[in-house]
Ligand binder design. Structure first.
Ligand code: SR1
Ligand code: MG
Length: 421
């Protein structure tokens, strides 16, 4: 690996059952954890994401998860090359996240630069949160945990926490992850608003809605403003893909996985990703409801989580701001004798962050309905008429959120509008 994060292709090979057993057998911490020998282990490739190989390896005493980057986008195939260096940035981000939000991220047992491969603790019995929400499962500890994760990681890598020289060094390091940023720039901020080969939607049911979005001038201005923020505002180290498929949960635990899109960007992008995916789950519930399982109470719970995620995040972020900190932004000495100015500074900062969060959330909702990569929350609604009805409501709210984001004063306004949409 060079300092720019480029992995040499020398020695790289995608793992399979046999090669992975042999490889792991050479890693003492892994063999101790698994116990037995390679012949006693089970190896299963379970990757259902868009980009990578993921193996679950189980031995007599325990298990590990192994994630390996492929040199192309798995969802599309070898025609879309993608640098292996994303594993380098994922590893760096996991290390920062483990330091800043201990217990909320999987532990890394081993990292191999050449193979672009990370061995992590196996999270069990955790499941991907999105899957749990499709079966209307509540996660009572989720909002508490995810707000801690977002506040600690976003505050802890911002100019409020870091001296400027350190922050700039970090920005420079993560700039190398530009290929993953480019996916976001194209798939989220550009393609859904124009005719593009990658786009797909529930057709013909949503043909008119897709056309409407392509012809919506105010929406195109708004998404372009958000794209400029994404391209140019290095506020904090972002997870970069903080949807409910990147969160594993049990009733009492929450773990944030998969930060391969990590880079220094606008904080509202991470918070907005989370809010968007909760709202998409909300809109999908009518598509999964049955007479015996009408989902009305669950929908209320999901909307309560949208508000809890925002209010909990704000409260924790401001508590960190009020504590001892080393950052160059808003120097404590400047505000020491002026509590009114301090409060005003915080209010204005959080107001701007709310506006960004709402805008990015809207962008994330639209891309999952009209762009390349969709969510199983909606995809698993088999009847296309029923699915399209859910998607249409989500699109309507997202359009309003994005265009009116400067005028929306609270997350309660969004949940209220969602319930009426
Ligand atoms: C081509 S990758 C498509 C999407 O998968 C990831 O989960 C990201 O959200 C990315 O935009
Ligand atoms: Mg992912």
């Amino acid at each position: 690996m060079t300092e720019t994060g480029k992995t040499s292709d020398n020695g790289y090979r995608p793992q399979d059952d046999g090669s992975l057993r042999a490889y792991l057998a050479g890693l003492a911490p892994v063999t101790t954890l698994l116990s037995g020998g390679p012949a006693d282990w089970t190896v299963e490739e379970v990757g259902d994401g868009n980009l990578n190989l993921v193996f679950i390896v189980r031995g007599p005493a325990g298990g590990v998860a192994v994630k390996q980057a492929l040199p192309y986008v798995r969802l599309v195939g070898e025609s879309w090359p993608l640098p292996l260096s994303r594993a380098h940035f994922e590893h760096l981000a996991l290390s920062d996240h483990n330091r800043l939000a201990p217990g909320l991220v999987p532990r890394v047992l081993h990292y191999d630069e050449t193979l672009a491969l990370i061995v992590m603790e196996l999270l069990q019995p955790h499941i991907i949160m999105r899957r749990g929400m499709i079966t209307a499962t509540r996660y009572p500890a989720f909002a508490e945990h995810i707000t801690t994760f977002m506040a600690q990681t976003l505050f802890g890598t911002s100019d409020l926490a870091l001296p400027a020289d350190e922050k700039k060094t970090q920005i420079a390091t993560f700039c190398g992850n530009h290929a993953l940023c480019k996916i976001t720039e194209d798939l989220i901020f550009t393609e859904p608003y124009m005719i593009a080969e990658n786009n797909r939607w529930t057709s013909p049911q949503l043909d008119d809605a897709a056309k409407g979005i392509r012809e919506d001038g105010p929406l195109k201005v708004a998404i372009s403003e958000l794209k400029v923020k994404f391209l140019s505002e290095a506020q904090a180290l972002l997870h970069g893909d903080l949807h409910t498929g990147s969160i594993m949960v049990t009733e009492s635990e929450t773990k944030v996985i998969d930060p391969e899109f990590a880079f220094y960007g606008p904080m509202g992008f991470d918070v907005g990703a989370l809010i968007a995916n909760l709202l998409l789950s909300y809109f999908s519930q009518d598509g999964h409801a049955t007479p015996n399982d009408p989902r009305e109470e669950y929908k209320t719970w999901v909307l309560s989580q949208v508000e809890a995620c925002w209010t909990g995040f704000v409260q924790k972020f401001l508590a960190l701001w009020d504590g001892a900190r080393a950052g160059d932004a808003y120097p404590a000495a400047l505000f020491a004798n002026d509590p009114d100015a301090h409060r005003l500074a915080q209010e204005r900062f959080m107001r701007a962050l709310l506006t960004d969060t709402i805008g990015f959330a809207a962008a994330k909702m639209i891309r999952r309905i009209l762009g390349l990569a969709h969510n199983i929350d909606l995809e698993w609604i088999e009847d296309p008429h029923r699915r399209a009805a859910c998607e249409r409501r989500a699109l309507r709210l997202a359009r309003q959120m994005m265009v009116e984001r400067h005028a929306i004063a609270s997350m309660g306004d969004i949940t209220g509008a969602a319930a009426k949409t």
